[in-house]
Write a protein that binds this ligand. Structure first.
Ligand code: NAD
Ligand code: UDP
Ligand code: UDP
Length: 319
C-alpha cells in the first residue's frame, strides 16, 4: 500500500470516523478506492453512523481513544476525533483538552514514524469572538483562555501549534483546515447544535430555543461540500500546509435560520428566547479565497437545499 496523492489502494486512518463528519468522510474515501480504518471511542459518535460500512471489506472500525498511543500502519491520517458541540465538549472539559492535545501528539507521532501526511480538523473557534469580519487565516483570533469554551478553543489552538512544530521540526506533511459550522445528516438529534436542535424542535412542534436576541450570525456549510474540500486538501503537495478556512460564506442570523427551519418543516413551533451562553461568538463568516485558489473548490449547496436534506434525514430517524 502506498499514498501517492491518490486514494486508490491507500490505507487511510480516520480518527473520529464514527462521528458526523468522519462517517461521511469515510464513505467518500471508500468510494475513491481507499481502505479505511476508523478509530473512535464513541464518545459522541455512534456505531449507527458506520453500520452500513461494516460489511465492506475495505472498512475496519476499532474502538480507540486517541489520548492513548496507536501503533498501526497507514498511508495517511485524518484526525477528526474530538467532540464538536458545546454541550458535549463542556461535559468533560478536561477530556476535551486531552483529546485535542494528547490526541494530536499521538497522531503526529504516528504520522512521524510512518512519514505519512496528516490532516487536522481545526475550527473557526480558533478565531474566538472575532474582531475582524469575515475571518481570514492570518487573523490570530480573540479567544478567552479561561472560559467555558476554552477547553475546545484552546485545545484546538494548541493542536495547531503542535502541527506546525512537527512540520517545522520534523518536516512532517501537515494539512490544517479551520472548519466553520457544518451540518447535515447524522448530526445527533440531542447535541445542542443550532441546526439539529431547531430541526428536531420544529418537527416535534416544540418551541424553537433562540439564544440571546438571535441577531448573532453563523455561516452554515453542508457536509458534502466540506468533505469534498477535505479530500482535495489531503491530495495537495507538501507545501500546502494550511491553515485553510473551509465552510460556506453565506451568512445568516440565528433568527433567519429559525424562520427557514419553521418554513421548510411546515411547523407550528413558536420561538422562545433563552440567555446567550457565555463567550458565544457574535458573528462568523469565513473568507474562502485561500480555499478557492489552492483547492479549486467552493461550496455548492445552498442552505435551503442542505436544510431540506437534513430535515428529511431527521424525519426518517425520529419516526
Ligand atoms: P462529532 O462529535 O460527530 O464527531 C467527533 C468524533 O470523535 C465522534 O465520533 C467521537 O466519538 C470521536 N471522539 C471524541 N473524542 C475521542 C477520543 N478521545 N478518541 C477517539 N475518538 C474520539 O463531531 P463532528 O461535527 O463530526 O466533528 C468532527 C471534527 O471536526 C471535530 O474534530 C470537530 O472539532 C471538527 N469541527 C467540526 C465542526 C462542525 O461544525 N461540525 C466545525 C469545526 C470543526
Ligand atoms: N505514537 C503513537 N504511534 C506511533 C508513534 C508514536 O501513538 O506509531 C505516540 C507516542 O505515544 C508518542 C507520541 O506519539 O509519545 C509522540 O511521538 P514522537 O515520536 O513525536 O515523540 P516521542 O516518542 O519522542 O515522545
Ligand atoms: N443557538 C441557539 N439555540 C440553540 C442552539 C444554539 O440560538 O438551541 C445559537 C448559539 O447561541 C450560537 C449559534 O446558535 O450563537 C450556533 O450554535 P452552535 O452550538 O450550533 O455552534 P457554535 O456556537 O459552536 O458556532
Amino acid at each position: 500500500m502506498s499514498f501517492d496523492r491518490n486514494y486508490k489502494d491507500s490505507r487511510i486512518l480516520v480518527t473520529g470516523g464514527a462521528g458526523f463528519i468522519g462517517s461521511h468522510l469515510s464513505e467518500r474515501l471508500l468510494a475513491a478506492g481507499a481502505e479505511v480504518v476508523c478509530a473512535d471511542n464513541y464518545f459522541t459518535g455512534s456505531r449507527k453512523n458506520i453500520a452500513h460500512l461494516l460489511s465492506n471489506p475495505m472498512f475496519e472500525a476499532i474502538r480507540h481513544d486517541v489520548t492513548f498511543p496507536l501503533y498501526i500502519e497507514v498511508d495517511a491520517i485524518f484526525n477528526l476525533a474530538c467532540p464538536a458541540s458545546p454541550i458535549h465538549y463542556q461535559r468533560d472539559p478536561v477530556q476535551t483538552t486531552k483529546t485535542s492535545v494528547h490526541g494530536a501528539i499521538n497522531m503526529l507521532g504516528l504520522a512521524k514514524r510512518l512519514r505519512a501526511p496528516i490532516f487536522q480538523a481545526s475550527t473557526s473557534e480558533i478565531y474566538g469572538d472575532p474582531l475582524i469580519h469575515p475571518q481570514t487565516e492570518d487573523y490570530w483570533g480573540n479567544v478567552n483562555p479561561i472560559g467555558i469554551r476554552s477547553c475546545y478553543d484552546e485545545g484546538k489552538r494548541c493542536a495547531e501549534t503542535l502541527f506546525f512544530d512537527y512540520w517545522r521540526q520534523h518536516s512532517l506533511p501537515i494539512k490544517v483546515a479551520r472548519i466553520f459550522n457544518t451540518y447535515g445528516p447524522r448530526m445527533q438529534p440531542n447535541d445542542g447544535r443550532v441546526v439539529s436542535s431547531f430541526i428536531v424542535q420544529a418537527l416535534r412542534g416544540e418551541p424553537i430555543t433562540v439564544f440571546g436576541d438571535g441577531g448573532q450570525s453563523r455561516s452554515f456549510c453542508y457536509v458534502d461540500d466540506l468533505v469534498e474540500a477535505i479530500t482535495r486538501l489531503m491530495l495537495t503537495g507538501d507545501d500546502c500546509t494550511g491553515p485553510i478556512n473551509l465552510g460556506n460564506n453565506s451568512e445568516f442570523t440565528i433568527l433567519e435560520l429559525a424562520e427557514k427551519v419553521i418554513s421548510y418543516t411546515n411547523s407550528r413551533s413558536k420561538l422562545i428566547f433563552k440567555p446567550l451562553p457565555q463567550d458565544d461568538p457574535r458573528q462568523r463568516q469565513p473568507d474562502l479565497s485561500k480555499a478557492k485558489a489552492l483547492l479549486n473548490w467552493e461550496p455548492k449547496v445552498p442552505l435551503a437545499d442542505g436544510l431540506k436534506e437534513t430535515i428529511a434525514y431527521f424525519k426518517r430517524t425520529l419516526d
